[in-house]
Design a protein around this ligand. Structure first.
Ligand SMILES: [Zn+2]
Length: 300
């Protein structure tokens, strides 16, 4: 066995903590849909709750056990396999974002998938926890055999030199990091627009607000369907209970709230399964009406 640096790090990590890549799995017609864990983020509560009035946020935080200063949302990368394709939706954080995230390669290995097996990497948006895992410690593409796909608008936003100055101080590092990575993998990137069938049975749906060019993906196979949300519905608490509430994790908060309301209407009307990148228990489930809002019900 060759001892690579990654093997070494993985062995050290295993000694510290039990593997944390809980995997949810379901079938969409002829396709196998799984989520594999890239770990979790560590966020100050205000990152999400700052714009939410205290009399709304307080009861929601209490109901969901979120009373501490730190939120630890999971990161679920979607793996879709079938018809000769191994598709990843987003690439995780990689080694450079947060120490609690970046475990995607180990989670894939546990699912029997090596990075060289991945045929397509389809991005929802350009944030660090979704994009930065496309490069390794040496700035080489991790999924070297894969075609990479991103919405045209999202790519243009993050590669526009003006973005770093217009995005605001708190997100400037996102812009610098995205531009550097997209410059490296841009020549292997395929671009698509809203409504495009980016791969057989995978249709892009522009869901702006979290970022300008954020894309969700409707899956359809054999009469079965699901919606890969990315971060268009970015948490299971406030954004389900009060889908119209503006939350601090969205760049254009009002646009994101409007997008969310539209998505919930469609999910409930079509009784459609959803996959959320930061939702609990692997993130595969459904939205159920609850009071004036909704609640997330994970697949059993
Ligand atoms: Zn995210």
């Amino acid at each position: 066995m060759t001892i690579s640096r990654r093997t070494f790090i993985a062995a050290g990590a295993a000694a510290l903590a039990a593997p944390r890549w809980s995997v949810a799995e379901t079938r969409i017609g002829g396709l196998t849909l799984q989520t594999v864990s890239d770990g979790n983020l560590m966020l100050p509560g205000d990152f999400i709750f700052a714009p939410v009035p205290a009399d709304v946020a307080g009861p929601v935080r209490a109901a969901y056990g979120l009373e501490g200063d730190t939120l630890t949302p999971p990161c679920n990368v979607t793996l879709l396999r079938g018809e000769g394709r191994v598709i990843l939706f987003d690439a995780g954080s990689g080694p450079a974002f947060q120490p609690s995230a970046g475990s995607l390669l180990d989670a894939l290995e546990a699912a029997g998938v090596g990075p060289e097996d991945v045929t397509h990497v389809v991005f929802t948006h350009g944030h660090p926890d979704h994009l930065w895992g496309c490069l390794d410690d040496f700035d080489e593409p991790v999924f070297a055999e894969a075609e990479h796909l991103m919405g045209q608008l999202e790519f243009e936003y993050w590669t526009d030199p003006a973005t770093v100055d217009s995005i605001g101080a708190e997100r400037q590092a996102f812009a610098v990091g995205a531009a550097r990575r997209l410059e490296t993998i841009g020549d292997r990137m395929t671009f698509f627009e809203d409504g495009a069938e980016v791969l057989p049975g995978v249709t892009a749906l522009h869901t702006p607000g979290h970022t300008p060019g954020h894309m969700s993906f409707a899956l359809s196979s054999g009469g079965d369907s699901a919606l890969i949300l990315g971060d268009a519905i970015g948490n299971h608490h406030i954004s389900f209970a009060y889908p119209g509430a503006t939350v601090g994790s969205d760049q254009d908060m009002a646009q994101a709230a409007a997008t969310r309301l539209r998505l919930f209407d469609r999910l409930v009307a079509d009784d459609m399964r959803l996959v959320g990148f930061h939702l609990p228990e692997g993130g595969i489930g459904r939205a159920e009406r609850s009071g004036d809002g909704y609640r997330f019900v994970a697949d059993a």
